[in-house]
Design a protein around this ligand. Structure first.
Ligand SMILES: *[C@@H]1O[C@H](CO)[C@@H](O)[C@H](O)[C@H]1NC(C)=O
Ligand SMILES: *[C@@H]1O[C@H](CO)[C@@H](O)[C@H](O)[C@H]1NC(C)=O
Ligand SMILES: *[C@@H]1O[C@H](CO)[C@@H](O)[C@H](O)[C@H]1NC(C)=O
Ligand SMILES: *[C@@H]1O[C@H](CO)[C@@H](O)[C@H](O)[C@H]1NC(C)=O
Length: 385
């Protein structure tokens, strides 16, 4: 679904890259351990089943059926809706570690908002489970050029600020339903390409433009609409991102509360945003002078690490009255490892590596001393060893 001009632009680069690869013979071992190899698609390109199981048209369906030359309809496409198991097996056979795909908004929420389509939900749950079973990370895009036509008809889609509310609710649904298995999310694909193709030249959906900039549209205004559409995409992206950070990125919040509570003021002169949001007026505010004093007031960071925790969002613990640190943090926590023995924590060497990386990446690589670490045992447990 790339613009023609876009593909052309990249052709010479692609040719160069291929030449380089074939002469240098790279292998998996030339890449660092965390490097992820995957493949990518978008919903309308691969799913097919366009009219099946409650899905309604997106702006791509309408565009593809409007008879533009060289534009194919995705009614069947690669039929991934029915063949996802075979597709995932092919990915696994190829040794892929990740699959980037997009969710068809109008398959999950046929009216653009409101009730979930159970069959759509089932399909994405099946696909995600199949990927995870084969050890392939799902990387999910929420909007890949395929706004529900219902919202385009109702209020002009991305041209209206009403889209911010509906996109956020759609994102919330996806985070809630799939967030236990998906940790890589993209909000909107190719914002600039979508705005120029759809609202300046009118050569991709929703096919809006005005002469002399775009020639074949029945409606639109190339002078102003691309800017309005991008503005609303930025607002929708920000709204979904804030929602995710506040309600779903539990791990980040726990790090902010336990580590950032102390380190954030020392490095940046203020408490983390997540703490300010959840603690509100009970969190003292630094005056400008205090902030300057606290900021940078350390020579090294002392790390003490004994245990790791699993965390899960529990926003229901955020109530206006009777709050303390443990309800403000709004998560369920479980110790990693066998906690059946009193005072005995699992030995998790990887958690020391993680905390060191976290401090390095989040707080600007300060000098660190590991002051304590290891296995924490009660005296009786120590004697048993
Ligand atoms: C507009 O439509 C005409 C006739 O179908 C076609 O020849 C021309 O290439 C189109 N122009 C653009 C910019 O899409
Ligand atoms: C597009 O919008 C601008 C700014 O509102 C206006 O000046 C211009 O006349 C409009 N053009 C068309 C083709 O409607
Ligand atoms: C979630 O928060 C609620 C309200 O504070 C609390 O009753 C509940 O026990 C918490 N759930 C877990 C699993 O911690
Ligand atoms: C946890 O430790 C207890 C006490 O040593 C032991 O009985 C139990 O089997 C262990 N559980 C697991 C899951 O390892």
């Amino acid at each position: 679904m790339k613009l023609l001009s876009n593909s052309l632009m990249f052709l010479p680069l692609l040719a160069l890259a291929l030449t380089a690869v074939s002469s240098l013979k790279y292998s998996r071992n030339d890449f660092p351990p965390g490097f992820v190899f995957g493949s990518g698609t978008s919903a309308y390109q691969v799913e097919g089943a366009a009219d099946e199981d409650g899905r309604t048209p997106s702006i791509w369906d309408v565009f593809a059926h409007a008879g533009h030359s060289g534009v194919a309809a995705g009614n069947v496409a690669c039929d991934q809706y029915h063949k996802y198991k075979e597709d995932v097996k092919l990915m696994a056979d190829m040794g892929l570690e990740a699959y980037r795909f997009s969710i068809s908004w109008s398959r999950l929420l046929p009216s653009g908002r409101g009730p979930i389509n159970p069959k759509g939900l089932q399909y994405y749950n099946n696909l995600i489970d199949e990927l995870i079973t084969h050890g392939i990370q799902p990387h999910v895009t929420l909007h890949h050029f395929d706004l529900p036509q219902a919202l385009e008809d109702e209020y002009g889609g991305w041209l209206s600020q009403e889209i911010v509310r509906d996109f956020t609710a759609y994102a919330d649904t996806c985070f809630k339903e799939f967030g236990d298995r998906v940790s890589h999310w993209t909000t909107i694909n190719e914002v600039n390409v979508f705005a120029l193709g759809g609202y300046d030249q009118g050569i991709t959906p929703p096919a809006r433009c005005s002469p002399p900039f775009g020639l074949n549209c029945t409606k639109g205004n190339s002078s102003i609409e691309p800017y309005i559409a991008v503005h609303n995409m930025l607002l929708a992206h920000a709204s979904a991102t804030i929602l995710y950070k506040q309600q779903y990125k539990a791990t980040a919040r726990v790090n902010d509360f336990y580590i950032g509570w102390i380190l954030h003021p020392l490095v940046f002169g203020d408490y983390p945003e997540t703490m300010k949001t959840n603690v509100g007026s009970r969190l003292p505010a630094f005056t400008e002078e205090e902030s300057e004093q606290v900021k940078g007031a350390f020579d090294f960071v002392g790390v003490i690490n004994y245990m790791a925790l699993y965390v899960k969002d529990n926003s229901s613990s955020l109530k206006p009255n009777l709050q303390d640190f443990n309800t403000d943090i709004a998560v369920e926590m479980t110790l990693v490892g066998n906690t059946s023995i009193e005072n005995e924590y699992a030995n998790t060497p990887w958690s020391l590596q993680q905390i060191l990386l976290y401090v390095k990446e989040t707080y600007g690589n300060p000098p660190v001393y590991i002051l304590e670490n290891g296995l924490s045992l009660s005296l009786s447990a120590s004697l048993r060893l």
